[in-house]
Design a protein around this ligand. Sequence first.
Ligand code: ADP
Length: 241
Amino acid sequence: MSEAAEHHREREGVGPIVLLGAPGAGKGTQAKLLERRYGVPQISTGDMLRHHVAQKTDLGLQAVEYMQRGSLVPDDVVMRMIQGRFRAPDAARGFVLDGFPRTVPQAEILTEKLKHLGWPPPLVVYLAMDYNILLQRLTGRRSCPKCGRIYNIYLQPPAHDGLCDVDGTPLITRKDDREDVIKERLRAFVEETRPVAKYYRQVGLFHKLDGSRPPDAITAELFVLADSRLHGGEEETGTVA
Ligand code: ADP
């Protein structure tokens, strides 16, 4: 038995989970719920990058322009940032990847890293979304700069057009929710991240869930999938799209 396989036998916990989906598909919401239920960290490359940008680190300075445009940050910058994260003590029982891998090269490196660390193949869940609902979720988002409450002019509009229900402050659109940036985020998803779903489908590691349903329904299905990993023996017969 290889060293990696022996190590793998000692692993306990839910193991690695990869959430795939377009911007606005609800990956972050679901990742937080998985984190709580299984006691494993959410690893969000988007959050990590925003932190580097806010702290004005070298890495943040290299990433900021791509992010402002809605484009993907180069693979080598992302890989440098995430280097070592899977070996941190809080990730010993698994982790939930949210926003990573986002390109096929990132997915290939992840496969190697997981093997090297003795993990079984990840549970990969794709939150599929209707394109029009996605656009509404992203372009309709408005927030109150005073109290932080979030609205959607199509889905959860305020009582009075453009004004916060709580304090009457005029609502604003976040910078990366501007229409041109949204278009670029969706283009990056279609051209660079959809192939990641194909990559996992080809290796037989792929579960597709309908992300346009209410969050609770998605969570329930995710928990069933993840629970089956706790006993170590899931057969990889994911739903094929
Ligand atoms: P969203 O999915 O809503 O676009 P994220 O918070 O996941 O938001 O990511 C924000 C931005 O960070 C992305 O538009 C991209 O520029 C960058 N980013 C995040 N994760 C990655 C990654 N794995 N590879 C390249 N760029 C990334």
